[in-house]
Design a binder for this molecule. Structure first.
Ligand code: NAD
Length: 491
């Protein structure tokens, strides 16, 4: 059976570790390969390589760095199908969905191709007599990325193209559940001409993560994953003096007002709830039906949920693939079981699916209450919970009381209601008749509350700010002798 190795210094390596983890094909339930798990000494080797590569990489001209980025972009486009195939085989999502993830990740490379423009500082002439001043942004050094299983290509692409373009080197610790996409990215970077050591892939679990968080030569850490681990990464990384952005879990609400196009809202919400088997950080998992539209909306959602085609991600026509592991399937099924015991109405129950894969079909729960476990927990599966509210005020208060604040959407025909929702809801990304409002690469992605620890969102200009630090230079070229100044200089 193949063992998936690390990528350090431009080459595949087993490192020192003897531990490994199984990588499943979720559609068959079979182990298809094993992935090496790094020990602390492997982290030391990887970071030393990245540290050594930084010296030359950040000195390379912007023109040469940009050339490599453009070549990488072309290779990424050409290898989309190869990446999508590997993602489908290890994650389970459909091929179309996997291609979409690569395309959304590539948009960040498009953005990073403009790095010369993004790094331009500001210049002020003659700030004092004979004195000029300018500001610039310098790279940090070695940056690390720790990423989740649900987007094995896109989330790493949210981070490292900008970090690398800005002159840093990058150590990626991808999810051990679907580790192969990261290695394809590493090979493409090498073919694009990226010097060895600038992009490293280190496979592993908590041992590798903690060693990266403690390592004195890692300057910054970007994390995306569940909230408890995001909190841990933020606390441990910042305690070690690093810059950290740690994106956590979510409970994304769709508020539906009676004046919405209900059929359209139901279709949009169904795709956002069950696409990728609900394993998206921006999946809609809670609907808040306002006023008298609730029964009609639930009926429309139920009809759509009954028609979702469940199957292997490689099969044409599949709309909902398997979830990531047998444990995840068990956990999701258990949540639905307890929701009914807690008083929710199970309107659509497609938990039972044939085959050996990790399949859970779409489930729809109505009359869910804010105190029920199904609402309080991030289920991360194809389960949609409907809550009811009498007014928009009540709906906004409900959404804002939730500890997560990643995405929130409103479906309405009223501009005034949409505007109010957009201004008042405590979430980092808001959709108006858009169920999954993932910002484009030139904006930035990030949640509020327990969905993000740190100050900056990922990618966009916030990404550039995260991976660089500011420097202000004041310059004077003396013309003739000047007397010493003992007072604080004024202009
Ligand atoms: P996870 O938190 O289990 O794992 C994320 C990363 O942390 C992996 O690389 C994993 O190896 C590592 N890790 C796991 N346990 C650890 C520990 N004890 N100590 C240190 N590191 C550890 O998340 P997951 O199951 O891979 O991904 C799903 C989660 O990610 C969901 O909660 C989802 O909402 C979230 N997510 C959030 C966003 C966002 O943008 N906010 C995006 C994608 C996914």
């Amino acid at each position: 059976m193949q063992t998936i190795e690390h990528w350090i210094d431009g080459t595949s390596t087993a490192g020192d570790g003897t531990r490994s983890a199984p990588v499943y094909n979720p559609a068959t339930g079979q182990v298809q390969s094993r992935v090496r798990l790094a020990e602390k000494s492997d982290v030391d080797t990887a970071v030393a390589s990245a540290r050594a590569a930084f010296d030359d990489w950040h000195e390379l001209s912007l023109a040469k760095r940009t050339e490599i980025l453009f070549r990488f972009r072309e290779l990424l486009t050409a290898h989309t199908d190869e990446l999508a195939g590997v993602i489908t085989d290890e994650h389970g999502k459909t091929l179309d969905d996997a291609r979409g993830e690569v395309a959304r990740g590539r948009e960040v490379v498009d953005f990073a191709c403009g790095i010369a423009h993004l790094l331009k500082g500001a210049y002020s002439d003659q700030v004092s007599t004979g004195v000029d001043a300018w500001s610039l942004r310098a790279p940090l050094g070695v940056c690390a990325g720790i990423t989740p299983f649900n987007f094995p290509a896109m989330v790493p692409l949210w981070m490292h193209p900008i970090a690398i373009a800005a002159g840093n080197t990058f150590v990626l610790k991808p999810s051990e559940r679907d580790p192969s996409a990261a290695l394809i990215l590493a090979r493409l970077w090498q073919r694009a001409g990226l010097p060895d050591g600038v992009f490293t892939v280190l496979h592993g679990d908590a041992v590798a993560v903690d060693a990266l968080l403690d390592h004195p030569d890692v300057a910054a850490v970007s994390f995306v994953g569940s909230t408890p681990i995001a909190r841990h990464v933020y606390q441990r990384g910042t305690a070690a003096g690093k810059r950290v952005q740690a994106l956590g879990g979510a409970k994304n609400h769709a508020v539906v007002l009676p004046d919405a196009d209900l059929a359209d809202a139901a279709r949009q919400i169904t795709g956002a709830a069950y696409g990728s088997a609900g394993q998206r950080c921006m999946a809609i998992s809670a609907v808040v039906a306002v006023g008298d539209c609730a029964d009609d909306l639930v009926a429309a959602l139920a009809e759509l949920a009954r028609g979702v085609r469940v199957g292997a991600g490689r099969d044409a026509g599949t709309e909902l693939g398997p979830v990531i592991t047998a444990q995840a399937a068990e956990r999701i099924v258990g949540h639905v079981e307890r929701a009914t015991a807690d008083g929710a109405t199970l309107v659509v129950d497609r938990r039972e699916q044939p085959g050996d894969g990790f399949f859970v079909g779409p489930c729809l729960l109505d009359h869910v209450g804010v105190d029920q476990e199904i609402y309080r927990t991030e289920v991360f599966g194809p389960v949609l919970a409907v809550l009811r509210a009498a007014t928009l005020d009540e709906a906004i208060a409900l959404v804002n009381a939730n500890p997560y604040g990643n995405g929130a959407a409103i479906f309405t025909g009223s501009g005034a209601a949409a505007r109010r929702f957009g201004r008042e809801v405590t979430a980092g990304m808001v959709g108006i008749n858009v169920p999954i409002p993932v910002p484009m690469a030139y904006h930035a992605f990030g949640g509020w509350k327990d969905s993000l620890f740190g100050d900056t969102h990922v990618y966009g200009t916030e990404g550039v700010a995260f991976y660089t630090r500011a420097k202000a230079v004041t310059a004077r070229w003396p013309r003739g002798a000047a007397a010493p100044q003992y007072h604080f200089p004024t202009s």
